[in-house]
Write a protein that binds this ligand. Structure first.
Ligand code: ADP
Ligand code: MG
Length: 240
């Protein structure tokens, strides 16, 4: 193919600063990165280094103090609030450590929720995405009857239901046992192989090692460029 790929995410000169009393804390300082479709990038760094702040910026959950976040060619900082919400819904899937499922809704209803907000609910799509993450036979169960790994599958299916181009995951396996962790990472591998871009914050070095690239944050700044994690993608190990 000769078409030029639009990066899934491009972050330029990004700052997010907070006032803490008379002090200003730079949760992110002069941060940049480029993520291509089909790439899984790990974000590592100590607690407080800015991982969640970065994901919230890329996920359009928070606005930057300055700098640009360009997702699939759209500079999201320029979008007014209402358009930003629609953009987020259509382009970005977000997964959190604590799942955030609604306990009184079934698996299928939890997964279908983002489609309802977009006013295009389609039960077939819910079933399809549940099959994708291995939940086909749990559709009518309540989240409370699932183990942690299956709860995270529901959250992944919910994040995927509107067919985003970008999946963001903030320590997605932090609360899971080893077997569940491996299964969730296996799902991520399959999604990336299908062309989804994934940005994942993690404490887990083994998990980071499965990423195409790893970016380390230290006090909101990139520490020492990219670390090549997987040799099969070593050609993409040089970041902007
Ligand atoms: N809403 C906020 N108000 C003030 N400071 C914040 C806020 N959110 C994050 N911070 C600060 O920004 C820094 C980065 O935090 P965070 O992004 O949560 O790091 P991590 O996810 O790597 O643990 C920390 O110093 C944190 O205290
Ligand atoms: Mg965090």
């Amino acid at each position: 193919m000769t078409e030029t790929k639009t990066p899934a995410v491009e972050v330029r000169d990004l700052w997010r600063s907070y006032k803490r009393g008379s002090e200003t804390v730079h949760a992110l300082a002069d941060f940049g990165m480029l993520v291509e479709p089909g790439e899984m990038v790990g974000i590592v760094g100590r607690s407080g280094s800015g991982k969640t702040t970065l994901l919230n910026q890329v996920g359009c959950l928070d606005r930057p103090t300055s700098g640009q976040v360009i997702i699939a060619g759209t500079d999201v900082a320029r979008l007014p609030e209402r358009e930003l919400a629609a953009f987020r819904r259509d382009h970005i899937g977000f997964i959190f450590q604590l799942f955030y499922l609604l306990p009184t809704l079934s698996v299928a209803e939890n997964v279908g929720m983002p489609m309802m907000f977009a006013r295009r609910y389609d039960r077939r799509r819910v079933v399809e995405v549940c099959e994708r993450v291995g939940l086909a036979d749990r559709l009518d169960e309540l989240p409370g009857s699932l183990d942690g790994g299956d709860m995270q599958r529901v959250a992944i299916a919910r994040a995927l239901v509107n067919e985003p181009s970008l999946l963001l995951a903030d320590e997605p396996t932090g609360r899971l046992e080893r077997a569940s962790r491996d299964e969730i990472l296996g799902i991520f591998d399959a999604l990336r192989a299908d062309g989804l871009a994934i940005v994942m914050a993690t404490h887990d070095l083994e998990q980071a090692a499965r990423c195409d690239r790893v970016i380390e944050l230290r006090d909101g700044r990139r520490a020492g460029g990219d670390v090549a994690a997987a040799s099969r993608h070593s050609s993409s190990a040089i970041g902007p």
